[in-house]
Design a protein around this ligand. Structure first.
Ligand SMILES: Nc1ncnc2c1ncn2[C@@H]1O[C@H](COP(=O)(O)OP(=O)(O)OP(=O)(O)O)[C@@H](O)[C@H]1O
Ligand SMILES: [Mg+2]
Length: 309
């Protein structure tokens, strides 16, 4: 579990993070989303004990990052946004080195390295020089490295940056597997759609301040409580339009193409049910219903425009 309370970080002349508070519960996959320069890496480096906060408190699995950094590092796997690999080192040696740094004993290291290589699909590359790996392979190597201490908490700073579509999907699948293994995960990205199917909660940060936190649905309901749905008819759209226009729950009706109507209404599902009943009871042949797309990308645009004051 991660607890951040009133966290601020000032670099000389610049406040990169201002009074940030959020919690990531055990077993959560928390998406930390924000544009370039928002303060994601700054926050993450504080969580990873690599940077001291100016003020505020951060605890990882109950350990304060300033008072017990060693404990924090023991329970955490941290994947930085930039990292080095050393030429002349093989994949298994690289992982063995990090396992040794985490004091995994010589007798157990072989099994640990084999396990993380199997998980990250690196077994076939065990003897390759790390300097000859592609970006996607290096990214998997770095993720493998963050797993050698079997951490309960994973902090991943843009793990899919610079990867091709297939490699992105592979990293996503891997993160889902890690979550299924019970790990608590914080993952940063500015590619929002990437996080929507792996994260159960998100936090949106902009200019060092948290603009919104919660489940994607929850934030969506707060930012845009009204819903828009397109009703598709075989015929009779004009009659339906006249009927719905006077309905108290309907905010607006407009044509959305041939025999289609766009309806804006109070977001509750029961309201939608009532509207469907009105047209069906009137004998109008409603054959389709399409909710307007409103995903993480749209939420992000709304929230960072300041619509959630
Ligand atoms: N060492 C530093 N000294 C001074 N300013 C810094 C330092 N590191 C970061 N900053 C500034 O702090 C702000 C937040 O940067 P940060 O790297 O945390 O953003 P980010 O959300 O990770 O962005 P990106 O998506 O580009 O990775 C930026 O304005 C950046 O210029
Ligand atoms: Mg960053």
């Amino acid at each position: 579990m991660i607890e951040v309370e009133g966290l601020s970080k000032r670099y000389e002349g610049l406040t990169a993070v201002r009074d940030l508070s959020f919690r990531v519960e055990a077993g959560d996959c928390f998406g930390f989303i924000g544009p370039n320069g928002a303060g994601k890496t700054t926050t993450i480096r504080i969580l990873a004990t690599l940077l001291e906060p100016t003020s505020g408190q951060v605890r990882v699995d109950g350990h304060d990052v300033l008072e017990r950094p060693e404990e924090v590092r023991r329970v955490m796997g941290f994947m930085p946004d930039y990292y080095g690999v050393y030429p002349g080192v093989r994949v298994w040696e690289y992982l063995d080195f990090f396992a040794a740094s985490f004091r995994v004993g010589r007798s157990r290291r072989r099994a640990v390295v084999d396990d993380v290589m199997a998980l990250t699909d690196l077994a076939g590359l065990a003897d390759r020089d790390v300097a000859t790996l592609s970006k996607g392979m290096k990214q998997r190597l770095c993720l493998a490295k963050t797993l050698v201490n079997d951490p309960r908490v994973l902090i991943l700073d843009e793990p899919a940056a610079g990867l091709d579509p297939r490699a992105r999907i592979e990293i996503r699948t891997l993160i889902k597997e890690l979550r299924a293994m019970g790990k608590t995960i914080l993952i940063s990205s500015h590619i929002l759609t990437e996080l929507s199917d792996i994260c159960n909660r998100v936090g949106i940060i902009e200019r060092g301040e948290l603009r919104a936190t919660g489940g994607v649905e929850e934030i969506r309901d707060r930012v845009r409580p009204r819903r828009t749905v397109v009703f598709r008819f075989v015929r009779g759209a004009p009659q339906a339009e006249a009927l719905l226009r006077t309905h108290p729950q309907v905010d607006g009706v407009s044509s959305a193409g041939e025999e289609c109507l766009r309806l804006t209404f109070d977001g509750a599902p029961e309201d939608l049910h009532r509207l469907i009943k009105v047209v069906v009871d009137a004998g109008l042949p409603l054959v389709g219903l399409e909710p307007e797309k409103y995903d993480l990308e749209d939420i992000f645009m709304d929230v960072t425009r300041g619509d959630l004051a």
